[in-house]
Design a protein around this ligand. Structure first.
Ligand code: ADP
Length: 378
């Protein structure tokens, strides 16, 4: 029990829960015995498919994963775990008879944190398990601390934003034109900071599966007009044209989240378009979907970044354009996908970009008799 207390000392109240995945019963028994003697809780499964089910049913603190298994091998299991936002942080240690460098490199590329070769020594497996549990725990403490600090920034920032809004709205001419412009700039920057703070908090919450959506019935073009109004006047003669649909477009969505998605896309389009440049917003709809596209005349984005910019901290490798947190589009992707929608970009270097998102319209069939289709979304 001395070993488990070492882990508990760095902050956990319950025994770590280890998932063992191996199709060889003798290995499973050996690992179970070694870990339970040291106070760990274990669960064992004999296939990759069962491993994914077990991890989703109850998240383990760490996974010991065999590579050579029928149907789904360990690399595939690990890749699937890493592609699931709620499971990707679980450390995976591969245990395998394969001991070539190439096998180990493949295991790390698939997302494993460590590799033990069979036949294994229990002491070695245990030392590696303990190290990775400690590392994970410290990472979590760091993330929690960062979350708390950013969370605490939100209240004073909201006050600053609110006061600047009041000042901006004053009509009694006490401020000179220059002062009014400065107040507008300060209000915008504080709103940008608030938006960044909210994106960081929401990305963290959605990643942990803790974000609850509100399902409000709302008018999409009214939300867009509202976002446009708060961004006016557009800086340095940029123009934004909005092609609204003929009749209002009702959707069921979390208004606050969708408003922030639009703010992020419009904010980027304004940020990356040269002074005097044009931005266009289009809405198109079919009976089942609504598609919003924000097109700018900015620098464009090379194809190799089209996926990466939607990932956490993903930015184009060009210091000129690395001015934000790299979390805005991650937030947009998570928010749109949480609504059952899709998001993407079409862009060519030197020609500008179109960021689009599509939301489902579950109750729209009756509203739209004609079955027009959304244009292809790329
Ligand atoms: P941030 O703007 O805070 O860096 P985002 O997640 O909103 O974070 O965007 C990620 C990256 O994608 C940006 O850093 C930029 O490199 C690129 N990007 C986003 N929108 C555009 C755009 N409209 N035109 C060109 N590049 C863009």
């Amino acid at each position: 029990m001395k070993d488990i207390s070492e882990y508990q000392r760095i902050n956990t109240k319950t025994s770590p829960n280890i998932l063992i995945v191996d199709d060889t019963p003798a290995n499973v028994l050996l690992l179970e015995k070694m870990l339970s003697e040291r106070g760990y809780k274990t669960r064992s499964v004999i296939s990759g498919k069962l491993a994914l089910q077990a991890a989703r049913a109850e998240q383990p603190d760490l996974i010991l994963l065999d590579i050579n298994m029928p149907e789904m091998n360990g690399y595939q299991v690990c890749e699937q775990l890493k592609s699931d936002a709620s499971l990707r942080d679980i450390p995976v240690i591969f245990i395998s008879a394969l001991d070539g460098t190439i096998d180990k490199v493949k295991a790390f590329n698939a997302g494993g944190v460590d590799y033990v070769t069979k036949p294994f020594q229990c002491e070695e497996v245990y030392a590696r398990v303990l190290t990775h549990l400690k590392l994970r725990r410290l990472e979590k403490l760091r993330d929690d601390l960062g979350y708390m600090i950013i969370h605490d920034l939100r209240s004073p920032m909201t006050v600053i934003f609110g006061l600047l809004q009041v000042l901006e709205g004053k009509k009694d001419q006490q401020l000179s034109t220059l002062d009014q412009e400065l107040v507008t700039l300060a209000r915008r920057s504080s709103e940008e900071l608030l938006n960044m703070i909210s994106s960081i908090l929401d990305v963290s919450k959605m990643g942990a599966g803790e974000m609850k959506l509100n399902h409000d019935s709302c008018d999409l073009d009214a939300i867009i007009r509202d976002v446009l109004a708060t961004n006016k006047p557009f800086p340095e003669n940029r123009t934004v044209m909005f092609t609204a649909p003929e009749s209002s477009l009702n959707i069921t969505a979390d208004i606050v989240l969708i408003r922030r998605v639009l703010q992020n896309l419009l904010g980027n389009a304004i940020k990356y378009t040269r002074p005097g440049g044009d931005i266009r917003i289009f809405i198109t709809s079919s009976s089942s979907e609504v598609r919003v596209a924000v097109t700018d005349t900015g620098p464009g984005i090379a194809p190799r970044y089209h996926r990466r910019i939607f990932e956490k901290f993903g930015q184009v490798d060009n210091s000129k354009y690395r001015v934000g947190s790299g979390l805005g589009l991650t937030f947009c992707k998570m928010a749109v996908e949480a609504h059952g929608g899709r998001i993407g970009v079409e862009s060519e270097l030197g020609k500008g970009s179109t960021f689009w998102f599509v939301l489902p319209r579950p109750n729209a069939a009756l509203e739209h008799a004609e079955k027009d289709q959304c244009p292809p979304t790329g």
